[in-house]
Write a protein that binds this ligand. Structure first.
Ligand code: VG1
Ligand code: CO
Length: 542
């Protein structure tokens, strides 16, 4: 039986950079999740009888919301829902399932790298039929529906057993519980030369992969240890936990410091990597060397032809605006297109669909390719392993040679988390107000060439996205970018992205923070970070 439940709108259901993210108690308010799920369906057309893919990163409240989505999808007339066993699908795995089975779309339950638990974060995201995050046109429509919603539909289907693989009929809809890992592992096997990677591990190559008690555990175990023969113990923290073991599943040098420390020891393994809550990010650390995500993107692109899937070369590269321009130099050398998009994977979808870009990346540890429409942590690790296998070199050697050829984009991101929202917005407004007057002035001896507020004109559908970050360019190619995060759930997070280019003939082995010290000071002078935020240093440096 289907019931229609009267409800009142909430005014704060605007999806951010990647879906709606709030604290769990916010989602637990009466009808809060139901409203948003119904608003997603209300914003869509033509799904009657079609298939929806459903899964999440296993965090606290995942199972409850899986049941809600099933019951609301049935009442709204979906023909079928394919749900990952136990409610689990990593974000890249969900993207693959949507594409492989030609689903109408998918709902992914995740707050990605944000912590989980009864008082931590939860999230809901809608992906379209290409497997990618809904574009702004759709997220805007969902938000509009959420502000006027009066009722939602729900089918009385009872609690569905999502732990047993198989198919059941409920509320006039088919529910298929699928293996969370199998389709994804097969996809990886189709892209990379698994025999070559098996040989690498046979030769004694040692690796650590840290799943941070998040969703990639079962995927990593299956791919690295079972299919590629990496030693047992290669995978660490591989048991997904609803609260990620009370850690912050963000694979950066702060939250994954234990891996960094291990990789800096004299007897370190050859390769270390980690992934985030929902499996779309990657951290890459070689023995004795951390690779910034922006450099990783450039190095993956420069060497992609080692993998069968990219043997014929890349059509183009896309990176988010704050990502360093290391990849631009690779694109230039390869004679292929380079695209600069706003932050968030949803902006890459059109470029990938149109065949303009093959590999995309973000400074926030996200890299991926046209194999799906999300960033993909394990994919990046497998491409790195392929490079090391084919070149028979260490990460250090690959990086050193890359910089010697292309020069080095010293790069760092400084985050000021949990800043009072009013003060953070005041900083951005003040900065925006003086952009026009910055060009030609000097700060700390650095001459400002131009400054602007980044707007993106999508070359495929012509849509325009404004106010995507403030860029200050200095003479000589250095750059500072300021923007406010769209994924946080507490106050505001100011992100400051700092970049300095050193040509191949320059000094390529400096300490990053030292290499950027002048620019960091200039950023504070220009934006008044300390004055506005009351902070004398960032909370996270990556
Ligand atoms: C952050 C990152 C962005 C990434 C987004 C989602 O967004 O900066 O590059 O696409 O998170 O990643 P923001 O708006 O907080 O800067 V995930 O792994 O959280 O889905
Ligand atoms: Co993520």
């Amino acid at each position: 039986m289907t019931r229609i439940i009267a409800t009142k709108p909430y005014d704060d259901q605007k999806p951010g950079t990647s879906g709606l993210r709030k604290k769990v108690p916010v989602f637990q308010q009466e009808n809060y999740a139901e409203n948003f799920i119904q608003s997603i369906f209300d914003a869509l057309d033509g799904y009657k009888g079609k298939t929806l893919v459903l899964g999440g990163d296993g965090r606290f409240y995942n199972r409850e919301v899986i049941q809600k989505v099933l019951a609301i999808a049935a009442a709204n007339g979906f023909g079928k829902v394919m749900v990952g066993q136990g409610g689990i699908l990593s974000t890249p795995a969900a993207s693959n399932v949507i594409r492989k089975y030609k689903a109408f779309g998918g709902i992914i339950l995740s707050a990605s790298h944000n912590p989980g638990g009864p008082h931590e974060d939860f999230g809901i995201k809608y992906n379209i039929d290409n497997g990618g995050p809904a574009p702004e046109k759709i997220t805007d429509a969902i938000f509009a529906k959420s502000k006027t919603i009066k009722e939602y539909k729900i089918a009385d289907i009872g609690e569905i057993d999502i732990d047993r693989i198989g198919t059941v009929e409920a509320g006039g809809m088919t529910i298929e519980v699928i293996d969370s890992v199998k389709d994804y592992a097969e996809l990886m096997e189709s892209l990379f030369d698994f025999k070559a990677l098996q040989k690498l591990f046979e030769s004694g190559f040692r690796m650590r992969f840290d799943s941070m008690h998040a969703v990639t555990g079962p995927y990593a175990k299956e791919i690295f240890e079972h299919r590629l023969g990496a030693a047992e113990g290669t995978c660490r923290n591989f048991k997904p936990l609803p609260d990620f073991g009370r850690h912050h599943p963000d694979p950066n040098l702060v939250h994954c410091k234990h891996l960094y420390d291990e990789m800096m020891k004299p007897d370190a393994p050859d390769f270390g990597a980690a992934s985030d809550g929902d499996g779309d990010r990657n951290l890459i650390i070689g023995k004795g060397i951390f690779i910034t995500p922006s450099d990783s993107l450039a190095m993956l692109c420069a060497n992609a032809t080692v993998a069968p899937a990219y043997a014929n070369g890349l059509a183009g590269i896309a990176r988010s605006m704050p990502t360093s321009r290391a990849a631009d130099r690779v694109a230039e050398k390869l004679g292929i297109g380079i695209y600069e998009t706003p932050t968030g994977w949803k902006f890459f979808g059109n470029l990938l669909d149109a065949g303009k870009a093959t590999i995309c990346g973000e400074e926030s540890a996200g890299t991926g390719s046209n194999h799906i429409r999300e960033k993909d942590g394990l994919w990046a690790v497998l491409l790195w392993l392929s490079i090391l296998a084919v070149r028979s070199e260490s990460v250090q050697q690959v990086a050193t040679k890359h910089w010697a050829e292309f020069g080095r984009n010293y790069y760092s991101r400084h985050d000021y988390e949990g800043v009072d929202s009013g003060r953070a917005h005041a900083l951005m407004e003040e900065l925006g107000g003086k952009l026009a007057s910055l060009a030609g002035t000097s700060v700390r001896g650095l001459k400002i060439e131009k400054a602007d507020d980044f707007a993106y004109h999508d070359p495929v559908d012509g849509s325009v996205s404004e106010h995507q970050g403030i860029r200050v360019h200095f003479e000589g190619g250095s750059r500072v970018v300021f923007r406010l995060s769209g994924t946080g759930t507490e106050g505001a997070t100011l992100r400051v992205y700092i970049e300095h280019y050193e040509p191949p003939t320059g000094k390529l082995d400096k300490d990053t923070q030292k290499a950027l010290a002048d620019l960091i000071a200039a950023a504070d002078d220009i934006a008044g970070i300390a004055r506005h935020t009351g902070r004398d240093k960032p909370s996270v440096i990556t």
